[in-house]
Design a protein around this ligand. Structure first.
Ligand SMILES: [Zn+2]
Length: 260
């Protein structure tokens, strides 16, 4: 058992019998408490984690409903937004609302058109990454979170050019990938079960959904409630296995595989 849990449970074990046990029942109380602690430990070691992310918005008519659904369940997420969508009417207000409600606002390129790895031009990388970051401005997470687009979830050299990686390093960006892309935009019925199966296979899954038309929204409440009933822990931070650069420092061996 990890040291911090031993400390936590042994503290409970000392406090509870003193406060609650009546004269003559101390021994039994200990037994009951011990059983309860073992149950708690079972929950701790089996609990899976999930970080929820929404890409390609903000989308008026969609993103506000996603925010309502998350607020009702107090689930924090990260919104990887597209710069051109932020500039459209209603876009910035949605991003501002998401930020105000505790979500993280991140960079998902300016045009979401040609993957960075398919255009080696440094000026293209600058416009897609840096101009988007500038337009997000004060709404952005302090670690300058960036996720490359392209490939419907496949991980490969199309994701970044050399110029793009250099810019991410020099600009001290945190570049984040994913571990589950269940395809909410191409299979609006099947993505929920596919994603739940993937979540079951990993200790900590980073899920990519989309706050755009014809994607995750209709089944999002059901998805989140099923995760909740499975005891999944919702996290807002990211596990190491999806982090390519952290504040500009390359921290993953994957970096060489996602650069053309
Ligand atoms: Zn995308």
């Amino acid at each position: 058992m990890p040291e911090k849990y031993i400390r936590y449970f042994s503290r409970l074990g000392r406090l509870r019998p003193r406060g609650h046990a009546k004269k003559g029942t101390r021994k039994n109380s200990r037994v009951i408490i011990q059983t309860a602690l073992e149950c708690k430990f079972e929950i701790v070691i089996h609990m899976k984690r999930l970080t929820l992310t929404f890409d390609n918005g903000p989308t008026p008519g969609i993103t506000e409903h996603v925010l309502d659904i998350l607020a009702a369940r107090r689930i924090p997420a990260t919104f990887f937004i597209v710069g051109e969508r932020l500039a459209k009417p209603g876009g910035r207000a949605l991003a501002a609302r998401a930020r105000l409600e505790g979500h993280w606002i991140a960079n998902h390129s300016m045009t979401h058109s040609v993957p960075l790895g398919e255009n080696p031009d440094a000026e293209y990388a600058r416009r897609e990454i840096e101009e988007t970051q500038n337009s997000i401005g004060e709404l952005a997470h302090a670690d300058k979170l960036f996720r490359p687009m392209g490939g419907g979830g496949s991980i490969g050299p199309h994701l970044l050019s050399r110029a793009a990686l250099r810019l991410l390093q020099e600009g001290r960006y945190t570049c984040l990938l994913w571990s589950s892309v269940p395809g909410d935009w191409r299979d609006r019925d099947g993505w929920v079960d596919r994603c739940l199966a993937e979540v079951g296979e990993r200790d900590w899954t980073v899920v990519v959904l989309h706050d755009v038309e014809n994607a995750a929204l209709p089944r999002l409440p059901e998805f989140l409630d099923r995760l909740g009933s499975l005891g999944i822990e919702f996290r807002q931070d990211f596990p190491d296995d999806v982090v390519i650069t952290r504040r500009g420092e390359v921290v993953s061996a994957l970096a060489s595989q996602i650069v053309t």
